[in-house]
Design a protein around this ligand. Structure first.
Ligand code: SFD
Ligand code: AMP
Length: 630
């Protein structure tokens, strides 16, 4: 067996992840750490410059509240988020982020991010809350600021170190364990407070892409449920684990649609040219009071489209040519129309090149000229992303000043954005029930949570108690797949087929098959039921026993092994939560065939859960939805 060096790192604040939330956390924590003489350490499984969802860049900043303009209020934003999530949202957390997000956007601009400006020097809005950016290098710019801040505060960052488990002492988080994906090193991070910001999860469900395209999905393949596992396994209460996100995207390469819908005012139609948003409008009555809000909730937009798909009216098309024609028709003369067309053409290509390069390649490869013919769109596979139009994540304490006499006992237990585990904070996709924070809001939430974590450390200066027996047990468990492979690899001539072990890829295929067929994936047209879920959970229990037989040939495959263990826990929390919520609330995300309607009397409530790692049991908890706005 290969020898591993054990590296122990002692720090005050540990930031797990290097994405938008983690970079925000690094900047803010470094500022406060300097004042208090504290140490901040950040750990990313990849290289911060290009890690996480923003790796390829983005073409828009989706949360900018623009409070200074006086056009929008915090209540406007909360109304938008609450309606989009069909009433299920923690308004205190949404406000906590929304009141700070504009300053984060101004920091991005100061650090060099080009935000589009009109001729009067004002930001160009994609929609009410969204700003257009030249964002190919978005993540590089944000990561550079985070690294500079850490260096200045004598903090540290570790890249290509994969976090597997939290370290827990009683009801307190005291750090994390992980391994290098490049060298034979295992890392023990001992910390007084830990901030979880390792993104959401993809490939829990079978993707639409197959064969050579496998791995192409909307959500980045590198975010594989580490945040969910970390918080679940650490004993934190989780929320909205049923609230997956299914975006509608350009088909096969998953290009963004926001610019087409909002900026270019394009319409989507079925194959016969029918406008499903209008033709299926009668359906909206069933989902009142959210069915008829403006803009229609993302899942409802999906649902009206899915009704046409189920009626055999696909392909569904984004009518790009019509949208372009409508804009160029407004030109004063032919010359101006030509100029406008050129502008629109380059904006449309940049929209893809900034964040989904593969869509530009697919358009080029299939001779698409957006001003001449429409392009297919479709609903993607389900993802777990608490920062977008999903809501899954840890259940957090809200800030005290945002509580009402009614919410305080439910939503406040100390430090803002701390989980129910002492010293464990969460932000971005890792935190639940505060959707629509996107890249900018995740960065802002990272800053808020980091500041709170630093004040927690100042109040709890005692060194973390880390039990050596726990570390020894985890070290063995983390490296076990390498040992299993070494021990048994000679038993067969094909290393993929072996009675003594299962390789991570096969494990993932099995997980995806269970989720796809029993929990409402693509091939079940996002439909499930109590009976399907019960059967799925039965099969999941078998998969869980095979976790002990995972085998890894090298460090890369060891990472794959743990990624899939993380996904499995996310999957189980998801199935249990759908089963617990006895209604259908987000028909365009998943549909419970045995409970096909929304039940506001019983289920305008949060569905939370807690995992007990010693017994393997889950508590399912219903928590009240209480609004702070009138
Ligand atoms: O429009 C470990 N998002 C968009 N936001 C916008 O503001 N504008 C857009 O234009 C957006 N578009 C978009 C978006 C997302 C995606 C996937 C696409 C397009 C294709 C949303 C934002 O990207 C999202 O809200 C934030 O990035 C969330 O921030 P955060 O920090 O929660 O997640 P992250 O940035 O993905 O970072 C995760 C980090 O964790 C690391 N990591 N590190 C150590 N150990 C492990 N085990 C780890 N597992 C993961 C990652 O490496 C990464 O550093 S639009 O099309 O919707
Ligand atoms: P997307 O590219 O779909 O992620 O969208 C970017 C932003 O625009 C997100 O804030 C979406 O919620 C919003 N958006 C996209 N399409 C629509 C639409 N048809 N109506 C209202 N908002 C939309």
């Amino acid at each position: 067996m290969t020898q591993f060096e054990t590296v122990t790192v002692e720090t005050d604040l540990l930031i797990c992840g290097g994405g938008m939330a983690a970079c925000g956390a690094a900047v803010e924590a470094s500022y406060w750490a300097k004042q208090h003489g504290l140490k901040v350490t950040l750990v990313d499984k990849a290289a911060m410059d290009r890690s996480g969802a923003v790796a390829m860049g983005l073409s828009a900043i989706n949360q900018y509240v623009d409070l200074n303009s006086g056009n929008n209020t915090l209540k406007d934003y909360v109304d938008y988020v609450r309606n989009d999530l069909m009433g299920i949202t923690r308004e205190d957390l949404v406000v906590s982020i929304a009141r700070h997000v504009d300053s984060t956007v101004h920091l991005f601009e100061k650090w060099g991010l080009p935000i589009w400006k009109d001729k009067d020097g004002n930001y160009v809005h994609e929609g009410r809350w969204q700003l257009m950016i030249n964002g190919e290098s978005y993540k590089v710019i944000v990561a550079e600021a985070a690294k500079n801040a850490l260096k200045e505060a004598k903090g540290e960052y570790y890249e290509r170190v994969f976090i597997t488990h939290p370290l827990v002492d009683g009801d307190k988080c005291v750090g994390a364990i992980g391994f290098s994906v490049r060298e034979n090193k295992v890392y023990i991070f001992k910390a007084k407070a830990t901030l979880v910001a390792m993104g959401g999860a993809v490939h829990v469900f079978k993707p639409r892409s197959t064969g050579e395209g496998f791995g192409r999905s909307w959500y980045p393949p590198f975010n594989s449920g580490a945040s969910a596992f970390f918080t679940i396994y650490g004993g934190a209460e989780m929320t909205c684990q049923e609230v997956r996100f299914i975006p509608v995207r350009f088909k096969d390469a998953y290009g963004p649609v926001g610019a087409w819908f909002l900026l270019f005012k394009a319409m989507a139609t079925n194959a016969q040219g029918g406008n499903y948003m209008k033709d299926n409008a009668a359906e909206l009555d069933k989902w009142e009071p959210y069915g008829k809000v403006k803009p229609a909730p993302a899942n409802i937009r999906n649902w009206l489209m899915m009704l046409d798909v189920m009626d055999g009216k696909s392909p569904i098309y984004m009518q790009t040519a019509d949208a372009i024609k409508k804009i160029t028709d407004q030109a004063a003369d032919e010359k101006e129309a030509k100029k406008k067309l050129k502008e629109l053409e380059s904006e449309a290509w940049e929209d893809f090149l900034d964040m989904t390069i593969s869509q530009a390649i697919l358009w080029a490869a299939t001779n698409v000229e957006p001003d001449k013919k429409p392009s297919e769109i479709m609903a993607c596979d389900p993802y777990f992303i608490g920062s977008h139009s999903g809501a899954s994540g840890a259940w957090l304490s809200g800030p005290e000043d945002l509580q009402t006499s009614e919410t305080k006992s439910e939503y406040f237990w100390g430090y803002p954005h701390m989980t129910t585990v002492s010293g464990m904070f969460a932000a971005g996709d890792a935190s639940g029930a505060s959707s629509h924070k996107f890249s900018s809001g995740s960065h802002a939430e990272g800053r808020i949570a980091a500041k709170a974590a630093l004040s927690y450390i100042v109040d709890h200066p005692e060194p973390p108690k880390v039990d050596q027996a726990m570390i020894d047990g985890l070290l063995k468990e983390v490296l076990q797949p390498l040992e299993t492979f070494e021990k048994h690899k000679g038993a067969t001539t094909d290393p993929d087929i072996n009675p003594n072990y299962i390789r991570p890829q096969q494990f993932m295929y099995r997980l995806q098959k269970i989720m796809d067929e029993y929990a409402g994936g693509v091939s079940s047209q996002f439909k499930t039921s109590d009976k399907l879920l019960e059967k799925g959970l039965e099969l999941m229990a078998f998969l869980k026993t095979d976790k002990e037989h995972l085998a890894a040939e090298n460090l890369h495959e060891l990472m794959r092994a743990w990624e899939n263990v993380h996904r499995m826990y996310q999957a189980e929390a998801h199935m249990r939560s759908i089963l617990f919520r006895e209604e259908t609330r987000w028909p365009g995300y998943y549909f419970r065939a045995d409970k096909p309607t929304m039940d506001n009397t019983n289920w305008l409530a949060f569905c939370n859960c807690v995992y007990h790692k010693d017994t393997g049991e889950w508590d399912m908890i219903k928590r009240p939805v209480k609004y702070i706005t009138k």
